[in-house]
Design a protein. Structure first.
Length: 540
């Protein structure tokens, strides 16, 4: 009745002050009278009686059983205390309590941080951040954006105001757990850690991720090289600066001098053998299909005579055979690299004066044809790249791709499908197509027993989604792998570029620039950097 009377004083008689007294009287009769409290808050705001308004909202927060409602009223009370009563300490306490009830209220937290920043009370601001982070973690709100921003801001606080750089790095790393795409946070970690001996590993880790996300940004590669130098990882630093030089980036005198210490025309021999397992782990790109490799290894054995040419095609006679006991730099590299790639018996070598470089001759008895330009060359690194690349491409899985275009390999694949799956009727179609017919006949004659079973298993896997098989990615993977092997043996990106420019035949249709970009990206990778010491080619 008293609340209704108070309402009449406002609505009928325009006596808001008498109404306020009546509402207070009603509240004295019954302290949990929500209607009276709400009326005091509303009318008090119209009158500018902010003390009563502040108290009213606080009372409503006490009376409520709902956490979000309690937080809402406590925030309203704190807003009045801060903006109208100029009592920031009281408001701060209210906001912090509200955040315990509802940790999602960023408006309250924003007010908390604003008050503490104005007061320059950085220690209490740290506590506020830790409090809301803890409350949100316990509440399990799952708001990754919120948690990431909170950790990021805490990192700024540690870095900019408290001078606690270790804590800043930790906070930023926590922020990245929630916001992995925030490169600016990752860059701040690098800035804080790249000159600190105890944090160099952290700096290197985040620089590698920045480079992976933006490989064109030379600044990160340069800074990673300098971090590696501080870590005394000389070979990794060398690789970073060498990449910058290969890309044409400007180097300062220190970096130039560092690289010049290791520049040489002498190719460093590889220690041990590059095994199939090592190739799989450290050399092959992700798109290299092992099933495709096995398939075309069988096809190579079955079609070797079909694709082979007579030596007379090139005008080669017995006198043109290169004696592997000759004391030539080329021959020495040929034997050493062949042994490192696991060759038990090296392919025959044939000399053709006007031949450019080294090619797979696609001979009936498989072998290479080499020109006098390479046989008489003394540039060890160029020899190493060319020989290593061609010996890799000579391996059974890749042999056909190095001598025939993709269209022919697609035709050979269809021949294989016809052979292992007669129900497709492809063999009948080949009867009227001379090229297919001859290849199919040769394959059928030469692929027997266990090899036929292996070929069938490969075809089954490769055609699980239909008979159309895309060879483009596999061709590029073969070429990239061959270039990687060449780089490992010559250990010089510029030499690799020169060799790619002079190649008489390419596996894929990509430009030299595109193939070099792929090779440079590989030389940035952990696969490559961790392989160098295993092969004993790191600089020191």
């Amino acid at each position: 009745a008293l609340v209704e009377l108070g309402n009449d004083w406002v609505e009928e008689f325009d006596e808001p002050r008498r109404a306020m007294d009546t509402y207070e009287e009603a509240l004295a009769e019954w302290q949990e009278n929500r209607e009276a409290v709400e009326a005091i808050a509303e009318v008090g705001a119209d009158l500018g009686d902010w003390r009563r308004v502040c108290r009213a909202y606080f009372t409503l927060s006490v009376l409520s059983d709902d956490k979000k409602e309690k937080a809402e009223n406590l925030i309203l009370s704190s807003d009045v205390a801060r903006r109208e009563l100029w009592e920031p300490e009281k408001a701060l306490t209210g906001y912090q309590k509200a955040l315990e009830w509802d940790p999602t209220r960023l408006d309250a937290f924003t007010s908390v941080t604003s008050i503490l920043v104005d007061a320059r009370d950085w220690e209490k601001l740290e506590q506020a951040y830790l409090q809301i982070i803890s409350v949100n973690q316990e509440a399990g709100t799952g708001d990754a954006q919120l948690m990431g921003v909170l950790w990021d801001k805490l990192g700024d606080l540690y870095s900019d105001h408290l001078g606690r750089f270790d804590d800043a790095v930790f906070a930023y790393q926590q922020a990245l757990e929630y916001l992995p795409g925030r490169h600016d946070i990752r860059a701040r970690i690098v800035e804080l850690s790249e000159d600190q001996e105890e944090h160099l590993d952290v700096a290197a880790e985040h620089l590698r991720k920045l480079i992976a996300d933006n490989p064109e940004r030379s600044e990160w590669i340069d800074r990673l090289g300098r971090v590696y130098l501080r870590k005394r990882e000389v070979d990794r630093a060398y690789c970073m600066f060498r990449i910058l030089r290969a890309r044409g980036d400007e180097l300062d005198q220190k970096a130039k001098g560092f690289l010049e210490r290791f520049d040489s025309n002498i190719a460093k021999p590889i220690g041990g053998t590059i095994t199939p397992n090592l190739m799989q782990q450290h050399i092959f790109p992700p798109q290299m299909s092992q099933t495709m490799n096995r398939c075309y290894a069988v096809l190579k054995r079955g079609l070797e005579r079909f694709v082979g040419e007579s030596r007379r095609t090139y005008g080669l006679g017995r006198r043109d055979r290169v004696d592997l006991d000759e004391s030539l730099a080329f021959v020495n590299f040929y034997k050493k690299i062949g042994a490192a790639l696991g060759y038990l018996e090296l392919p025959e070598l044939w000399r053709k004066t006007d031949q450019v470089g080294l090619i797979n001759g696609a001979l009936s008895k498989p072998g290479f044809i080499v020109g006098d330009d390479l046989l008489s060359s003394t540039h060890e690194r160029k020899i190493a790249f060319t020989v290593a690349k061609q010996l890799f491409l000579f391996l059974e899985p890749f042999y056909l791709s190095s001598i025939r275009p993709m269209s022919d390999l697609q035709a050979f694949f269809l021949c294989a499908v016809a052979l292992v799956r007669p129900e497709t009727g492809l063999a009948d179609q080949f009867a009227n197509e001379k090229a297919y017919k001859a290849a199919f006949k040769t394959l059928k004659k030469n692929v027997k027993s266990s090899e036929l079973g292996e070929l069938g298993a490969c075809i089954k896997r490769l055609t699980a989604d239909g008979d159309e098989v895309a060879l483009g990615p596999w061709f590029e993977a073969i070429e990239d792998s061959a270039n990687r092997v060449g780089l490992l043996f010559c250990d010089d990106l510029e030499v690799a570029r020169q060799c790619l420019k002079r190649e008489p035949h390419t596996v894929s249709q990509r430009s030299v620039a595109q193939r070099m970009d792929a090779l440079i990206d590989y030389s940035l990778s952990e696969k490559y950097l961790s392989l160098r010491p295993q092969l004993g080619i790191e600089v020191a």
